[in-house]
Design a protein around this ligand. Sequence first.
Ligand code: TPP
Ligand code: MG
Length: 327
Amino acid sequence: MKGKKERTRLESRELLSMYRDMVRIRDFEEACPRLYSQGKMGGFLHLYSGQEAVGVGVAHAIHPHDYMIAAYREHGLILAKGAHPNAVMAELFGKATGCSRGKGGSMHMFDPDIRFMGGYGIVGGHLPLAVGLAFSITYQGGDEVVVCLFGDGATNQGVFHEAMNMAALYQVPVVFICENNGYGIGTSVIRASAMESLYKKSCAYETPGLKIDGMDVLEVYEAVREAVQRAREGGGPTYIEAITYRFRGHSISDPGTYRSEQEKKIWRERDPIPNFSAWLQAENHATAEEIASIESEEKSVVAEAIRFAEESADPGPDELWTDVYVE
Ligand SMILES: Cc1ncc(C[n+]2csc(CCOP(=O)(O)OP(=O)(O)O)c2C)c(N)n1
Ligand SMILES: [Mg+2]
């Protein structure tokens, strides 16, 4: 991360806030397997550890009134967008105080107040929703932008191409961000996609496409900031491929035997959190004590989220009839 200081106009305060957000997400996610094995969470659980620089870089590059929409690996993304960790943990516990009132769970986090529009389990299924959101912004004359995050696997779905086509045709304010973590469940990108450089898929729609280092929060921030500005000024969509890695299995039930120890080791060395911490200190944005105090504060935040979720009530039977299309 050498030389990044010249590239970023961000003040130490903002940089430390990025660091805090990444640490929070990592601690939150790393607490989950134990709670899951204790039977406190049900259903699926897809963890984000390793990919924090993408979500945090994106969230810091947009305005609070911009929309974010994502797939099912989204706990870290809703936290980055500003959800309270208590509400996210309670959702994982299926409690009434959860951000989806305990009825969505891991894959269906939702919070319209902070403009986080889900949480979707169908691979690629939310891309047309992102285009629809962006179309409605244009239709209503707003200046918001939609950032839509999805995995490498989604780029092989027909719906990806339909969404890219319509977004480009109507020049709607959406930024597509592919988090290329190298795998769709246990299948590597090169075994699933005819082209390895996924960002090139956007050229079929004459949409700007770029590849960035998804382990570098500042690179993500800068790329998304530029794309969001273009979208806000009426310049249409951008497609960004962020190269990243998930440190854990696809889901909680994946032993991950399809990845070699050597591969995992190489990526662990690129862990976005300790690398950013080292850079912050080397560039005098923070002292070792300041870094340590952020880390200890965030441990308390996650502990409090667990306590809150444990003590919260289950949704009552009356909740069966709310939040459904048909009354
Ligand atoms: C349309 C559809 N097909 C298959 C699945 C099963 N499935 C769930 S996750 C997944 C892999 C997706 O990988 P990727 O898009 O790279 O996201 P990642 O899990 O790596 O974040 C698949 C095939 C699904 N949920 N939806
Ligand atoms: Mg993937």
